[in-house]
Design a protein around this ligand. Structure first.
Ligand code: BTN
Length: 351
């Protein structure tokens, strides 16, 4: 089936009206949705084609038996706060990379806040040229933002996204211990739960748009628990106890991201509040870490974040150093293995 586009208001209303154990007649549906009975019938057929089981009994009407766990646009709309319910959400059963689709929509003039989500990616990308393995059942999505931002401040977008995912997970699973692994991963119990790849269209002074790609592990049974070199083994939301549909996760992340960025088209990022929130959720604060940066590898105590989102490392002799990019690994005994001296593997088992 081809991609579905932004949800129509009657479809969202129909989906809300259809509840397990509560049959509703075609006539009542048509009246409350403000459409014809034929239109209701057509929408019900569309839902069935996506895998919904809907019973129809002669005098009682339609009853939802089960809904597929797919982040379909109307399911996402139901998981969003009312102020965001009109967000354009494009769902693809299979796509190369949601970041590529979001970029295509951005270049065609798509509005800020456009979301592209897929059940599966065939060319999912991670950072540093890695592949993001994207089997069905994970959560792979990209959000188009049009901030008024200088390119050098763009790392705050990824930091905000890591905070948004962490907050969304914490809100449903407070005991899971989700934390931000600077600069843009989310971990739980020392394992990688989510990764972020923000890509820009910018010139030297201005960002035209940014595509924030987020991959969250949901089901991970078939993933190799061995970490990629220098990386962390994966963990999925289901392993942490999350039982709700993927659309609910996506709705929570989008709501948190919208709050943290001050909208999807912010004139100015609320940087101080954002960095303060990231600091409070930071993994490995006070621990001995190693940070691999493009200019070399640094060891020290992870002291926290500076006001601009840089990582502050306290090195031997108390020297504090700000780092703006890099991969952090824990040096403590029992922590993950140090970075492979041979360099990062090209494939990260993550998605
Ligand atoms: C990383 O940790 O290396 C970042 C992984 C980012 C993966 C997401 S999945 C949705 C979006 N589409 C992609 O191709 N990549 C990002």
């Amino acid at each position: 089936m081809s991609a579905s586009t932004a949800p129509s208001a009657p479809m969202v209303a129909l989906r809300r009206a259809l509840q397990p154990g509560r049959p509703i007649s075609g006539q009542s549906l048509a009246r409350s949705l403000g459409v014809s009975r034929t239109a209701v019938w057509k929408m019900l057929e569309d839902l069935r084609a996506w895998g919904y089981r809907i019973d129809a009994a002669p005098r009682r009407g339609y009853r939802l038996v089960s809904a597929p766990d797919l982040p379909l646009p109307w399911e996402v709309a139901m998981a969003l706060p009312p102020s965001l319910a009109g967000l354009p959400v494009h769902f693809f059963p299979v796509v190369g990379s949601t970041n590529d689709e979001a970029r295509r929509l951005a270049e065609a003039g798509g509005p800020a806040g456009t979301v592209v989500v897929a059940d599966r990616q065939t060319s999912g990308r991670g950072r540093r040229g890695r592949t993001w393995v994207s089997p069905p059942g994970g959560l792979y999505f990209s959000v188009l933002v049009r901030p008024q931002l200088e390119p050098r401040h763009v790392s705050l977008l990824s930091l905000a996204s890591a905070v948004a995912v962490t907050r969304a997970v914490q809100s449903a699973l407070p005991g899971a211990g989700a934390r931000v692994k600077w600069p843009n991963d989310v971990i739980a119990g020392g394992r990688k739960l989510a990764g972020i790849l923000a890509e820009l269209s910018a010139d030297q002074e201005t960002v035209r748009f940014a595509v924030i790609g987020i991959g969250i592990n949901v089901e991970t049974p078939e993933l190799d628990p061995a970490p990629a070199a220098g990386g962390l083994p994966p963990i999925g939301l289901r392993q942490l106890g999350w039982t709700q549909p993927r659309a609910e996760v996506l709705g929570r992340v989008l709501a948190a991201l919208h709050r943290l960025l001050g909208g999807f088209e912010p004139r100015q990022l609320p940087a101080a509040a954002l960095v303060a929130e990231a600091s409070s959720l930071l993994a490995w604060k006070g621990e001995e870490v190693e940070v691999q940066t493009p200019s070399g590898s640094w060891r020290g105590r992870l002291a926290g974040l500076a006001g601009d989102g840089a990582l502050v490392l306290e090195r031997a002799g108390g020297v504090r150093q700000r780092l703006y990019a890099g991969d952090v690994t824990l040096r403590e005994a029992g922590g993950p293995p140090p970075t492979d001296p041979g360099g990062p593997r090209s494939i990260e088992r993550g998605g």
